[in-house]
Design a protein around this ligand. Sequence first.
Ligand SMILES: [Zn+2]
Length: 367
Amino acid sequence: MGSSLTTGQVKGMNPARPVKHIPIMPVATPAQYRAMLDAAQKGGYAYPAINVTSLPTINGALKAFADAKSDGIIQVSTGGGEFASGTSVKDMALGAIVLAEATHRLAERYNVLVALHTDHCHPNKVEKFLKPLLAATAERRAAGRGNLFNSHMFDGSELPLDENMKISTELLKECAELDIILEVEAGVVGGEEDGHDTSGVPADKLYTTPEDMVTVYEALNGIGRFMFAATFGNVHGSYKPGAVKLKPTILRDGQKAVTDKHGAAAEMDLVFHGGSGTPLEEIRETLGYGVIKMNIDTDTQYAFTRPIAEHMFKNYDGVLKIDGEIGDKKLYDPRGYLKKGEAGLATRLQQACDDLLSTGKSICGSI
Ligand SMILES: [Zn+2]
């Protein structure tokens, strides 16, 4: 009262002084993303690629990358997109667009680079997931804006390899025109994720052969930039120690088959799926074989839920209305426990940055 503010002037701020500088670092540009992947390949480290489904998971991921001074990858699965669009809409592309747009806005407040990616898209979901997302990026570009996503995954591993590569080739052409990187998969990741169950697949399909790796390279090289999820016994989900037999040397042998035939520059950017519960020495071993991205979902799902479970069990008679009592609004307000979930996820993701040696290696500001 009594003080007159001129238009645009904020009460309590001296208009003569510039507004406190907040660094604006949006999601990585296509050139920055390529530089991120090159830096990891050259430096022998990899980026955690964390699945997000909500604002608390996005915020937890951004906090973890920033605290670790690590660049990173934030990704959305078909099921995550469907969830984010709401239980009555159930539109996987719409939900993915909403999560990506939120990430673009929120990432501006952090000083590390994050790239946006979409996870497994099986052939029957290309039309309702990948295509609308490519169209969304095309629309943004036409309006003079940056890409919505930096990369997408097409997972044709359930198809014979030649059919898989035929579709992968077509999609890579489309992606390359938009300056988007495509991740492909050959071989099968075991287990169950996002409703896709491969637990009945014969064991030998869980390992990509060196011949398959050469076939993938020859099919895609020269069309556009791609990443390759070769499988080496990986299984989605969480297992007791010893249940999963990883053979990281499969990656070494496959890369060798490719570089022996096509030269050192043919070394591929590999992606590690189903890494939950993998011993640290096996994770580190894969970094030497060209892994530059490791997906993380199961472990961060648990890390999000664990503190929430503690909150509920410890505050049982506050989060519930028991025996005619009224509970405690402070305890059942979802913000209270979702913040704890966000913090739990962030701590686990920071550990992933340490495991993958990306901690402290952000190239933000240098490109
Ligand atoms: Zn996967």
